[in-house]
Design a protein around this ligand. Structure first.
Ligand SMILES: NC(=O)c1ccc[n+]([C@@H]2O[C@H](COP(=O)([O-])OP(=O)(O)OC[C@H]3O[C@@H](n4cnc5c(N)ncnc54)[C@H](O)[C@@H]3O)[C@@H](O)[C@H]2O)c1
Length: 274
């Protein structure tokens, strides 16, 4: 049987980048998707390509009724919902914290944090009877500082916190709640930061990667699919970094690894390690 047979997944921001790659992968594995995005044209084109296993639901994740309607679209079109991916995102407010307005803060948080809260809320209501899996997009900026703008960093840390908190309540209903924290990934969001040039974006990400190549949307989709799938049935409250080890191991190996193998003792005394 196909890995995602009888699975119905709502994907906010599903018309582009990581969301699009996730939608493609779920359909490829036999599941159905609701593409819940602001981008009508892109969403409609994707749905046409994916066929009967996909529907587009025009959604602004800053509007609670839109999120509720996206969840309802899964039930209407495919008879239920088994997965929710809270993925829609923007870079949001940039610049010095000293110059960032409260309005820019609120607009950014509305998309990157509040919408995730509402996505978990409405997915949980719909999944309460039969269980399900929710995956939200955090970021390396949600795990350490210095990886993104201030408000983005704060919002993505909040996603990690909500993931833990919601997991602790919703496990009683058989609902698992996890997050994925990508490092730089070659999507339109990042193309925009590289003057609209995907190749330049890919080269910049590859250069900063300890693994020496750039993360593609499919790499993040694979992690999302794992957390949505039965293979992760005992995993909840977890944030899975998909970042070539940047948040756990740093971007360059420390000098210890290129030294001769020996043990350094008290006072710097050295002894051979044989
Ligand atoms: N690309 C990266 O390097 C990277 C790294 C870490 C985390 N992320 C996160 O991954 C997620 C997906 O980003 P991406 O890189 O695929 O970007 P993307 O720009 O390719 O896709 C984002 C999608 O979200 C949609 N969207 C934006 N605002 C919306 C709104 N108000 N309502 C509904 N949809 C809206 C856009 O229309 C777009 O289709 C985001 O949450 C982002 O923060 C991306």
């Amino acid at each position: 049987m196909s890995r995602f047979a009888r699975q119905v997944v709502v994907i906010t921001g599903g018309a582009s980048g990581i969301g699009e790659a996730t939608a493609r992968a779920i359909v490829e594995h036999g599941g159905s998707v609701v593409i819940a995005d602001l981008q009508q044209e892109r969403g409609a084109a994707l749905v046409e390509e994916l066929g009967a296993a996909a529907v587009f639901q025009r959604t602004d994740v800053t509007v609670e009724a839109d999120i509720e309607a996206a969840v309802a679209a899964a039930v209407q079109s495919f008879g239920g919902i088994t997965g929710m991916v809270n993925n829609a995102g923007i870079v949001g407010a940039v610049g010095s914290i000293m110059d960032t307005s409260a309005e820019a803060f609120d607009r950014t948080m509305a998309i990157l944090s509040r919408a995730v809260f509402l996505g978990v809320k409405h997915a949980a209501r719909a999944m309460k009877e039969k269980g399900g899996a929710i995956v939200s997009l955090s970021s390396t900026a949600g795990l350490i500082g210095g990886q993104g703008p201030h408000v983005y960093t704060m919002a993505k840390h909040a996603v990690v916190g909500l993931t833990r908190s919601a997991a602790s309540e919703l496990s009683q209903y058989g609902i698992r709640v996890n997050a994925v924290a990508p490092g730089g990934t070659v999507t339109p969001m990042i193309h925009a930061l590289a003057e609209g040039d995907p190749e330049r974006a890919r080269a910049v990400i590859a250069e900063g990667s300890p693994l020496g190549f750039a993360c593609m949307p499919e790499d993040i989709a694979n992690a999302i699919l794992y957390l949505l799938s039965a293979e992760a049935r005992y995993v909840t409250g977890h944030t899975l970094a998909v970042d070539a080890g940047i948040t756990t191991a740093g971007s360059a190996p420390p000098p210890f690894f290129s030294q001769d193998a020996e043990i350094i003792l008290h006072g710097g005394q050295r002894t051979e390690d044989r």
